[in-house]
Design a binder for this molecule. Structure first.
Ligand SMILES: NC(=O)c1ccc[n+]([C@@H]2O[C@H](COP(=O)([O-])OP(=O)(O)OC[C@H]3O[C@@H](n4cnc5c(N)ncnc54)[C@H](OP(=O)(O)O)[C@@H]3O)[C@@H](O)[C@H]2O)c1
Length: 277
């Protein structure tokens, strides 16, 4: 479970602990991770929860994280790709990638692919990726500029990354067919969280104003928890869900060729392209 130190992720992690899961939370800050674990244990006294630290904006850290998960655990029933940022200032990561693209898309892509073997050995298993209805704002995908994010202005980086979450899920579900591992994504509904706390200027004020009047993060966690645990969706894969129901994503999200193209680009950027047999 990534992004469990705050907001929707913290509520999802607590909800998984209530269900009796052993919850491994991933956080970039050890102190915040410890606080999140303590809070979950306070709310769920018999919770089995542990923390691993990784900055998901770094491909090397995602690789180290995947190694640690595999070294410590011999099964993984559910991977929840929840961590996400809105970054209004264009910033490049240590890998030279635009930070929103790296954190919101490339990290879940790489983590899921590195943990795919473990998920398959644990089948039935599930991958749940937290997207957003904001993905519907994207009109065209800037294919040649995905990694650098120079073309469309930084305001497009977040909606684009959330569209990539849906396309990733569509293609992942196809590639996992027959393995017993499902892949679904969701819009959590707008929820009062820390998202956008670093966004400055009029857009930052607008994001915070909108979120202030939204339901709390526990409501936002419902669809993640549903996809992670409900028997109703045990066999469902490749779906986009809103309020625990299948929903129609934006038109660009239904483009199967785009999903393949994104997969190929992401493999190249993460160095995960399988070699010849
Ligand atoms: N809130 C909404 O209305 C809304 C609507 C649609 C979709 N979503 C999606 O819901 C998900 C959760 O967002 P939220 O609203 O709960 O926001 P949030 O309160 O800001 O939580 C985001 C989480 O992601 C973690 N994170 C960010 N960058 C990271 C990195 N580089 N490495 C590791 N962890 C990192 C944060 O860790 P730190 O504690 O270290 O910052 C935090 O735990 C996101 O994917 C977001 O796009 C939210």
């Amino acid at each position: 479970m990534t992004g469990a130190t705050s907001g929707i992720g913290r509520e999802t992690a607590a909800g998984l602990a209530v269900l009796g899961a052993t919850v491994v939370i991933v956080a970039r800050d050890a102190a915040r991770a410890a606080t999140a674990c303590d809070e979950i244990r306070r709310r769920v006294p018999d919770a089995r929860v542990e923390a691993l630290t990784a900055d998901l904006a770094s491909l090397a850290e995602v690789r180290r994280l995947a190694g640690e998960v595999q070294a410590r655990h011999d099964r993984l029933d559910v991977l929840v790709n929840n961590a996400g940022i809105i970054a209004m200032r264009r910033r490049l990561t240590a890998d030279g990638l635009e930070s929103t693209f790296a954190t919101n898309h490339l990290a879940p892509f790489l983590l899921t692919n590195l943990l795919r073997g473990l998920l398959e050995r644990s089948a039935p298993a599930r991958v749940v990726t937290v997207s957003s209805a904001a993905h519907k704002q994207v009109r065209t995908i800037p294919w040649d500029d995905l990694a650098q994010g120079t073309q469309d202005g930084q305001a497009q980086a977040y909606p684009l990354s959330k569209l990539l979450n849906v396309l990733f899920t569509v293609e992942l579900a196809k590639r996992l067919a027959g393995t017993g591992v499902t892949a679904n994504c969701l819009h959590p509904g707008f929820a009062r969280t820390a998202l956008g706390r670093d966004v400055t200027g009029p857009l930052g004020a607008a994001v915070r104003l909108v979120l202030r009047f939204q339901p709390g993060p526990a409501t936002g966690a419902r669809t993640s928890l549903y996809l992670a645990s409900s028997p109703e969706v045990a066999e469902v894969t490749g779906g986009y869900f809103v309020r625990c129901k299948p929903a129609e994503p934006g038109p660009l999200a239904g483009d199967a060729a785009a999903a393949v193209r994104l997969w190929t680009i992401s493999e190249e950027l993460t160095g995960t392209k399988p070699g010849p047999e």
